[in-house]
Design a protein around this ligand. Structure first.
Ligand SMILES: [Zn+2]
Length: 405
């Protein structure tokens, strides 16, 4: 089952009844968390078995389904908390501050035609909210094969999850192998035994956006050093902006890659990023953790599953240091060009993607596709997603920085 979430704005401000309900919900979640920490229970069932009766007394008016959903939210928060403790990471007893409420799909009704949401609050009392619908929302709501999942109510918006059965991926006739780099996805398209194209999807603006926002946060912190509360608030806002901007770019890159693959009935090969190894240098750590390579993979995999495009993850070991022709493994990975003693030379990133392709082919899941790097000449790089195409005009002048890089 695949899940997609749709966010809606509300046509009218939230009625007070709904606000009180959300406050009750938050209270119930926090109570359940405290209870779970005391007793060691984490699952929704364990929590509700232990605590339902007491909670019912404390919240006599709350709709029972909402209470069960509060247990579920508490359960997932507790699970994360346990995981942190297990890993020895610093962890305080979790506490929900944000006002929100999760509603299971049995507990609400949404008219998919006119966007009117019907939400029970307590016995005999329901509220009706009107969701603002756009073309984008229509695309999902008008499709009868999608069903509605859980709903999250927030003070200014409503998030509805849409579910559908995963389509069966098509049988690929070509392979698109991509090496993920800091500023681009670089790769090759292979068909039968030949590499037929070199492709590149660039996103140099992502690292620019990140460094701009990092610099801004640093300045804010300095400027507001006398007022930590304000500093935290402003930095959080910067973080949200950065997140939106980077996300927007990542989605564009993923869409470009996926439509390219779909047109050619390709299987997409990506490197398996595995666990992040701890880095020694703090500065490098920041860069690595910031850089949304994993996020990009997640977006590609998720969209591919939704569209029925096959994706294969392969072990990237030695992919940047191996010669795909003679198999020799080099010690260093310096420079932009990979040069081997056997005469093979290739752009370093493209070389890595050829190695990924070979790994995929050797694992046979690629449908018996094989190729020889010798049979490959590349003169033209196909740019799937260029930097110029998608840059939105932003009021903060990143263009000045772009000229520098
Ligand atoms: Zn070689």
């Amino acid at each position: 089952m695949l899940v997609h979430s749709l966010a809606f704005r509300l046509k009218d401000p939230l009625p007070n009844d709904a606000k009180f309900l959300m406050e009750d919900f938050r209270l119930a979640v926090n109570n359940a968390i405290r209870f779970g920490v005391q007793t060691g229970a984490t699952s929704r069932n364990a929590l509700s078995k232990l605590a339902y009766k007491d909670f019912r007394k404390e919240h006599p008016n709350m709709y029972a389904q909402h209470l069960v959903s509060a247990f579920e939210v508490a359960g997932s928060i507790l699970k994360n908390h346990r995981r942190r403790l297990r890993k020895g990471l610093p962890a305080q007893v979790p506490f929900v501050r944000r006002l929100f409420m999760k509603v299971e799909n049995q507990a609400y009704r949404l008219d998919r035609g006119n966007g009117i949401l019907d939400l029970p609050i307590r016995a005999g009392c329901r509220i009706k909210l009107t969701l603002v619908m756009s073309e984008y929302h229509r695309k999902y709501l008008d499709n009868e094969s999608y069903s509605l999942g859980s709903l999250t109510l927030l003070p200014d918006r409503v998030v509805v999850t849409i579910r559908k059965h995963a389509p069966k991926p098509y049988a690929p006739v070509s392979v698109l192998s991509l090496d993920t780099n800091e500023r681009s996805l670089d790769g090759v398209l292979a068909k039968e035994d030949m590499i037929v194209a070199v492709v590149r999807a660039e996103f140099p603006d992502v690292s620019i956006i990140q460094s701009v926002h990092h610099e801004r946060r640093r300045k804010l912190q300095k400027k507001k050093s006398h007022d930590r509360r304000t500093a935290r608030k402003l930095c959080a806002r910067e973080g949200v902006r950065e997140h939106h901007r980077v996300d927007y770019r990542m989605h564009e890159v993923a869409n470009a890659v996926l439509s390219f693959a779909e047109e050619r009935r390709s299987m997409i090969v990506l490197e398996d990023l595995g666990e992040i190894r701890p880095q020694m240098c703090k500065r490098m750590n920041r860069r690595i953790s910031m850089w949304p390579r994993r996020k990009l993979h997640q977006i590609i995999e998720y969209k591919a599953a939704w569209q029925g495009i096959p994706v294969m993850k392969v072990d990237p070991r030695y992919s940047s240091r191996k010669c795909p022709v003679c198999g020799r493994i080099q010690d260093s990975r310096k420079g932009t060009e990979f040069v081997c003693g056997c005469g093979w030379h290739m752009d370093r990133h493209i070389n890595a993607s050829i190695n990924l392709l070979q790994t995929a082919a050797s694992e046979k899941a690629a449908g018996g596709l094989w190729f020889s790097p010798g049979a490959f000449q590349h003169d033209v790089v196909m740019v799937l997603c260029g930097p110029g195409k998608a840059v939105r005009p932003e009021p903060n002048g990143t263009s000045g920085m772009r000229a520098m890089t």
